[in-house]
Design a protein around this ligand. Structure first.
Ligand code: A2P
Length: 295
């Protein structure tokens, strides 16, 4: 990609520990084109998924639901030259008012970025583009009553931002988050939705009254089973959110989709067949979509 940083590792000698053995010191990253941010925490959910938080530069503003390119400098090649930085689009999982930036990532064993990114630790540095972008934002939707946030796998990431933004609860009477994964253990953030948000001192009332979290699993028994497409078709998506409707209402329902390409395509077709129109920042509509970028 052309907008990649020319960041390069400085040539720093390994530090010595007290026994005089060399420890692996990580050289500071330098970039003329990207922000260089520090990893604050890392949480490994499974061998497939992890989350991490990084510092947020004061100048970095974003709308809840947007994504940003993040990555690592290229590795040194055999001829001693520096490889190109590797950057990928990541939905920002923290809400726009948060002091730090949070990301939810898949681990791809041979993925050029995530094979390395999954090893990051607090104190490490990563590259981040200076500007966020994206269509999974309130601005790309027409006004409505109910907001459905439908995601598979790491496609939950933008909903972690949107569903923690109080403005969203001003704009919509009801917010429904559906997260579809293969196995129960893949339901990252389940505890946050089921326990932390409803009990949050500031956010609890909004969450209890207006937010429905509907986790669903496709490859093992669970209280809710089946793909998001199945839940829409059977009407269970609406019933489980406490709604009396059995399909989407183009006048009142707004939908955001994020996750696997196949899911997005299938749901988008269903929405179009029910009379809903795709929106964008320049022309707001009834639903918006973005694939989960990495993985
Ligand atoms: P399934 O297990 O039936 O394939 P992945 O881990 O491959 O990213 O998938 C995440 C979740 O998305 C899985 O539960 C998977 O269901 C589901 N999924 C995959 N393709 C579709 C689709 N076309 N429509 C709806 N859900 C899908």
């Amino acid at each position: 990609m052309n907008d990649m940083s020319m960041g390069a590792l400085n040539d720093v000698a390994p530090a010595q520990n007290t026994e005089g053995q060399a420890t692996e010191a990580k050289a500071p990253i330098v970039s003329a084109t990207h922000n260089v941010e520090t990893v604050l925490w890392v949480k490994h959910w499974t061998d497939q998924y992890f989350s991490f938080g990084i510092t947020r530069p004061a100048s970095f503003r974003f709308r809840s639901g947007e994504f940003v390119m993040i990555g690592l400098p290229g590795e040194a090649k055999e001829d001693g030259t520096q490889g190109k930085p590797i950057l990928r689009a990541y939905s920002i999982a923290s809400p726009s008012y948060a002091e730090e930036l949070e990301f939810f990532s898949i681990k791809v064993a041979d993925g050029p970025l995530t094979s390395r990114l999954q090893k990051i630790q607090p104190g490490d540095q990563i590259l981040m583009a200076k500007k966020p972008v994206g269509t999974l934002v309130l601005d790309a939707l027409l006004p409505g009553k109910r907001l459905f946030l439908l995601g598979t796998g790491t496609g939950l990431a933008p909903w972690l931002s949107v569903a923690r933004d109080p403005d969203v609860y001003d704009a919509f009477e009801k917010v429904i988050v559906a997260h579809c994964v293969r196995e129960v253990r893949d339901l990252a953030y389940r505890e946050m939705f089921e326990h932390d948000l409803p009990n949050d001192e500031l956010f609890g009332e909004l969450a209890r009254e207006q937010l429905s979290y509907l986790p669903t699993v496709t490859r093992e028994p669970f209280t809710r089973q089946g793909r998001i497409t199945d839940l829409i078709q059977s009407g269970r998506l609406f019933a489980d959110a406490g709604l009396s409707q059995i399909k989407f209402d183009p006048a009142e329902d707004r939908i955001m989709l994020c996750g696997s390409m196949a899911m997005i395509k299938d749901v988008a077709h269903m929405l179009e067949a029910q009379g809903l129109k795709e929106g964008s920042n320049s022309e707001p509509g009834d639903f918006v979509l973005e694939r989960a970028f990495v993985g």
